[in-house]
Design a protein around this ligand. Structure first.
Ligand code: GCO
Ligand code: MN
Ligand code: MN
Length: 403
């Protein structure tokens, strides 16, 4: 087998109905497959992979696009000439391999200047610099064709609450976002901003710890229509939340602008594990939701390979993320077609019958009618709902013993 440019593939990977296709809209951050396995206790275990090679490999594996922080591509201290050279080589690679950059973001956490936050820092010079750096990252993203701009405030938090009133943190965040929305509009960039929540790490506590907090906050901005969410599996699971429910709420509100897919064991640090490698059932309902809701954005993987892996293992990891997504998508189709599963759901519907009093709109008449309606609650409560059987059918289906 050869890649799109006719070069031989380093490793043959399964090419069946689950093999990723461009139309699946899978994307990887440069920082994800580019992760070198550094952790707080140990150094890098892999060499860095040049962005142009990442483009080549992601395309070879069937990906759709690449996302990036400004400094994943252009070093923070690059001269304008170096910046232009890097960007033009990267653009050429995107063109050669027909990959998109649907999302760009900004690194507001790596440099020591951000040690006490970026938009929320107590130092007004840092707050200014963070906005300046974000505007430049927006320029870069626009140049690469990005229409989504993710903001993840990894340092927007504290170790000690004595240092600032948390309300000031919220207000500073609002001020920065309002400014950046206006900048996007004034430049004609047409960005949708996707806010990414995380409860902690690298700060001891991060403001806006969950997607729910972010969702409430974004309606207080000057341009709520430009701002939505980028929920990440691991981040909500770190808080012990049901990710599928959070994403459903975002979709229902029309605010799912992007999504970071990975996986996580409960109660740990942010593990960024291969998508679907841990919580298969939860990820099944997530994929089912994304596919059935008509979500049309990128299926973005924000994860990285185990520290045990060399570069080939990184591509196994990337392929695995996409393959698992497609297998779960297939399982969602089986769920919809499964006569027994659908039979249980339909039996319940017909057992319950139509709504006795329609409450979709309030009126005094409806209220009076509802008040006067008798309910035999013991008779209603009596029969079991068959959920044990239903769930076991789902388990059989996921484990491959149905359909
Ligand atoms: C993390 C975050 C980041 C962001 C990325 C995009 O926990 O490290 O998930 O990977 O998603 O910085 O803004
Ligand atoms: Mn993320
Ligand atoms: Mn993360």
């Amino acid at each position: 087998m050869t890649d799109v440019l006719g070069k031989p593939l380093a490793r043959e990977r399964t090419s069946d109905q689950f093999a990723p296709q461009k139309s699946d809209k899978f994307t990887f951050g440069l920082w994800t497959v580019g992760n070198r396995g550094r952790d707080p206790f140990g150094d890098a275990v892999r060499n860095s992979i040049p962005p142009t090679r990442i483009v080549e490999k992601v395309a070879e594996l069937g990906g759709y696009g690449i996302s990036l922080h400004d400094n994943d591509l252009v070093p923070i201290d690059a001269t304008p000439a170096l910046r232009d050279k890097i960007v033009s080589e990267f653009k050429q690679a995107l063109k050669d391999y027909d990959l998109q950059v649907p999302m760009a973001t900004v690194n507001l956490f790596y440099h020591p200047v951000f040690k006490d936050g970026a938009f929320t820092s107590n130092d007004p010079r840092v707050r200014n610099f963070a906005i300046q750096k974000t505007m430049s990252a927006m320029d870069l993203g626009h140049d690469l064709g990005a229409k989504i701009f993710v903001l993840w405030g990894g340092r927007e938090g504290v170790e000690i609450d004595a240092c600032r009133n948390a309300e000031d943190g919220i207000k500073r965040m609002r001020e920065a976002l309002n400014f950046l929305c206006e900048y996007s509009v004034s430049q004609g960039y047409d960005y949708k901003f996707a806010l990414e929540a995380k409860p902690n790490e690298p700060r001891s506590d991060i403001y806006f710890p969950t997607s729910g907090h972010m969702l409430a906050f974004l309606y207080t901005l000057d341009h709520p229509e430009l701002v939505g969410l980028n929920p990440e599996v691991a981040h909500e699971q770190m808080s012990g939340l049901n990710f599928y429910h959070g994403v459903a709420q975002a979709i229902e509100a029309g605010k799912l602008f992007h999504i970071d897919l990975n996986d996580q064991k409960p109660g740990r640090y942010d593990q960024d594990l291969r998508f679907g490698s841990e919580t298969i059932k939860g990820m099944f309902y997530l994929v089912k939701l994304l596919e059935e809701s008509g979500y049309s954005g990128p299926r973005a993987f924000d994860a990285h390979a185990y520290r045990t892996e060399d570069e080939e293992g990184v591509w196994d990891f990337a392929y695995g993320c996409m393959r698992t997504y497609n297998m779960l998508k297939y399982k969602a189709k089986l769920f919809a077609q499964d006569a027994e599963i659908q039979g249980i759901l339909n039996e319940l519907k017909s057992r319950f019958g139509p709504v006795p009093v329609d409450t979709t709109k309030f009126s005094a008449d409806t209220a009076a009618k509802l008040k006067a309606t008798p309910f035999d609650i013991n008779a209603i409560a009596g029969p079991g709902l068959n959920y044990e059987r239903l769930d076991q059918l789902v388990i059989d289906l996921l484990l491959g013993f149905r359909g």
